[in-house]
Design a protein around this ligand. Structure first.
Ligand code: GSH
Length: 221
């Protein structure tokens, strides 16, 4: 039997957090090797373990996979979270690209200069409230089903719910006008594997703070 996937990244959310969420939802146990210093990154690069000299990198099924989206696609396909036919997969792709666009703004937030952070947060909240959340609310309304695609759990639900949690950290009341998203969040949060991941002490990472981020920046300098 193949061993547990091994995740190489720093001890924070960044581009690895969606991978952690998806593995957790798929009931896959995983190990993490955290980069602590630039030497750790150098070592992976010198070993030729990083295709493009970057992390995330995940060792899985004999591969050293880089590129977060490729990693997510492999996990989703392997664990049947990527739709049952090409039309469902197309919808899932469309939804997750929307999620990724907003999530990218959140991932980059710690990198913005302190005097621009407030504006960036306002942009994220506005995009969520006026563009992305209404679009997903309409999808759920249009078919009345429990999940975004095919009335079954898919990566689209997992990525969207991760995003709902992240945006709520910036604006706790943001879901007030989106009852179906709120219900989706509750439903997915109660999937036993996700429920476990949401509990304290899991491999889910807390929101980054300034001190943690300064340490991370040093790894990549
Ligand atoms: N498109 C890549 C981007 C990866 C990326 O930007 N990784 C950053 C850390 S989050 C990195 O390794 N930066 C070092 C570098 O680019 O040299 C992905 O999604 O995995």
């Amino acid at each position: 039997m193949a061993g547990k996937p091994k995740l190489h990244y720093f001890d924070g959310r960044g581009r690895m957090e969606s991978i952690r969420w998806l593995l957790a939802a798929a009931r896959v146990e995983f190990e993490e090797k955290f980069l602590e210093t630039s030497k750790d990154l150098e070592k992976l690069r010198n070993d030729r373990s990083l295709m493009f000299q970057q992390v995330p990198m995940v060792e899985i099924d004999g591969m050293k996979l880089a590129q977060s989206r490729a990693i997510l696609s492999y996990i989703a396909a392997k664990y049947n979270l990527y739709g049952k036919d090409i039309k469902k997969r197309a919808l899932i792709d469309m939804y997750i690209e929307g999620v990724a666009d907003l999530n990218e703004m959140i991932i980059l937030l710690p990198l913005s200069p302190p005097n621009e952070k407030g504006t960036k947060i306002t942009q994220i909240k506005e995009s969520a409230a006026n563009r992305y959340f209404p679009a997903f609310e309409r999808v759920l309304q249009s078919h009345g089903q429990d999940y975004l695609v095919g009335n079954t759990l898919s990566r689209a639900d997992v990525h969207l719910v991760e995003l709902l949690y992240s945006v709520e950290e910036l604006d706790p009341g943001i879901l007030a006008n989106f009852p179906l998203l709120k219900a989706l969040k509750t439903r997915i949060s109660n999937v036993p594997t996700v429920k476990k991941f949401l509990q304290p002490g899991s491999q889910r990472k807390p929101p980054g703070d300034e001190t943690r981020f300064e340490k991370v920046i040093k790894i990549f300098q």
